[in-house]
Design a protein around this ligand. Sequence first.
Ligand code: PLP
Length: 395
Amino acid sequence: MKKKKKEKKKVRLAMIWDEVKKKLVNSASFIQDSEVPFHVANLDDLHQKHIRWLRTLPRVKPFYAVKCNSTPAVIRMLSTLGTGFDCASKGEIELVLSLGVTPEKIIFAHTTKPQSHIKYASTRGVDMMTFDCEEELLKISACHTRAKLVLRIAVDDSKSAIKLSQKFGTKPSVVKKLLERCKELDLEVIGVSFHVGSGCTDSLAYRQAIEDARHVFDTVLLGFQMKLLDIGGGFPGNEGFQIQFDEFSKVINEALDEFFPADSGVQVIAEPGRYYVDSAFTLAVNVFAKKVVMDDVTRIRGVYNVSIDHTHTRHYPVVESGEKRYRSIIWGPTCDSLDRVTATYWMPEVQVGDWLLIDNMGAYTVCCSSDFNFFDKADIYPVLSAQTWNMFNLS
Ligand code: PLP
């Protein structure tokens, strides 16, 4: 009986991606029975991304940024593939450890941490953590004397969709004073990190940031064994990411060779989030209402409860090409008038009961969703091809 159940699960997980999409959207019974939005998470896509990462950035070990999408199937798959993990809180560390990841594969990459979270990291043997100010050092010295510290520096993030350096990272003028403070507190500093901002559009931002990190390594005359460079996140991950990713990688590899050559003994890691998960998730949302205004505005079930990330562009209903299109507004389901997904979108006429598919919904969506008004959050269906299943001997 148990075996039968397992077999059934295996078959469900092993369905091929395109078939899954087609099946879910065309299944009459599914459409009649449910209005709840759902994601299909294509775990093969994570595998493909990982292969590309290893091939393109061979010197950079990825520590997946859990904040971007903490779906357990995603963490398990990446753990199977061998990535490390960037956690930002006690909860993220708990999750990752509970899924079998070992503490040395985790970097606690939040520069401002509640004291209780630092204590938790200490008890669980998570030693690597970032900091960018003196107050953080005082907390760490009180709670985690074995910590291996990584100094986060502020870098130019002007070419990124989501800027981080106003809130995080220390300015060059403060670096020396902070490192002296580490010495006084007898804390170990092992390296430097930065983040060029999420949704970066300019490869040269990485080059400049790597050069900035080199300056920090060079000004450290305090006897620290600096051996880690963490180049953060910011890498593209949506459909068609390849060209931009290859361009970024070329610039990063050249900058690493120039400022941190392989024989420098410096280990290089990164904290990609969006890169791994963005294209792996497709969201299906049900149209539960429609309002025609002057014959050209369509109101549909939107996605407030699954939260759209800043960089989203594509929403489409499954329809034949060549149909007449109408200027439409896509609204979310809630009572909040800010709950608008797109202001203007040209789409074929949709009917109540139709389903819309939205690609590239893996990054900062599931994790930021809310159940405001008690609308259901989207279910998540992870799928994996039989080939990948067998390759990793999953069960
Ligand atoms: N690392 C840190 C410290 C971050 O704050 C973020 C995103 O905010 C990431 C990594 C992941 O960035 P991305 O999704 O752009 O790769």
